[in-house]
Write a protein that binds this ligand. Structure first.
Ligand code: SF4
Ligand code: FES
Length: 248
């Protein structure tokens, strides 16, 4: 297969950046999108040019680092999939594919397709954790959790912090990400002692980081590779009001 690529090249945060055309031929349909970028980089290196910088770690849909915009869609055209799980067979021979970084004020471009998503780390550090005593693991059934609650907590826990929800939102809102972290923890007994402080601090940090407000477009849910539901946003809002009424 052959693809015509238009790849965002930006030397650093201060550079204006531009789309650069590349043509790749002889691609296998079973190649992943990141492997296709590897082929492009090997070609650029052979030509003595600067390879395209892009983020990845696991290449198996777990770490959340590989997200880019593919033809204007975060993580590309396959539903519930990360960029590393996108395959060349999703395109037609001869297609033109535009590859850009996630764009949001809170995610400044570092180089080419790499953006700085440390704003997410700071939201987690503000309250997305449970303070527990260390020691030997408790017996599995010591703290009973209703099955429906544990299932819902696990659904929310699937968020991999990729940032696609921010990139897809016209307001660059981080409420799907933050809501997932809050919904995951508040449903479990271990998450309740810090319940009010957590939501107050995480929402406060989200606003400090220049993420926008939610206007119920649903684009975040549509692109999320882990199918996180917008119901986590409703839960976050309820938790926030509850914490505010309690003086947090
Ligand atoms: S909610 Fe979905 S899209 Fe947003 S960071 Fe988590 S996994 Fe990525
Ligand atoms: S490289 Fe880890 S999710 Fe894609």
């Amino acid at each position: 297969m052959a693809l015509n690529l238009k790849v965002w090249r930006q030397a650093n945060a201060a550079d204006a950046g531009r789309l650069v055309d590349y043509r790749l031929e002889g691609l296998s349909p079973d190649m992943s999108f990141l492997e296709m970028l590897d082929v492009l980089n090997e070609k650029l290196i052979r030509e003595g040019k600067d390879p395209v910088a892009f983020d990845y770690d696991c290449r198996e849909g777990i770490c959340g680092s590989c997200g880019v915009m593919v033809n204007g869609v975060a993580h590309g055209p396959e539903p519930a999939s990360t960029t590393c799980q996108l395959y060349i067979r999703s395109f037609r021979d001869g297609d033109t594919v535009v590859v850009e970084p996630f764009r949001a004020r809170a995610f400044p471009v570092v180089k080419d397709l790499v953006v700085d998503r440390s704003a997410f780390d700071r939201i987690i550090a503000a309250g997305g954790y449970v303070s527990v005593d260390t020691g030997s693991a408790p017996e599995a059934n010591m703290i009973a959790v209703p099955k429906a609650e544990s299932d819902a907590a696990m659904d929310a826990a699937q968020c991999i912090g990729c940032g696609a929800c921010v990139a897809a939102c016209k307001n660059a809102s981080a409420v799907l990400f933050t809501g997932a972290k809050i919904d995951h923890l508040v449903r479990l007994p271990q998450g309740t002692p810090e319940r009010e402080r957590r939501v107050a601090r995480m929402v406060g940090q989200m606003e400090t980081e220049s993420f926008g407000a939610c206007s119920n477009e649903g684009e975040c849910q549509a692109v999320c590779p882990k199918s996180i539901s917008v119901r986590v946003i409703q839960r976050m809002s309820r938790e926030y009001v509850r914490a505010s009424l309690k003086g947090y």
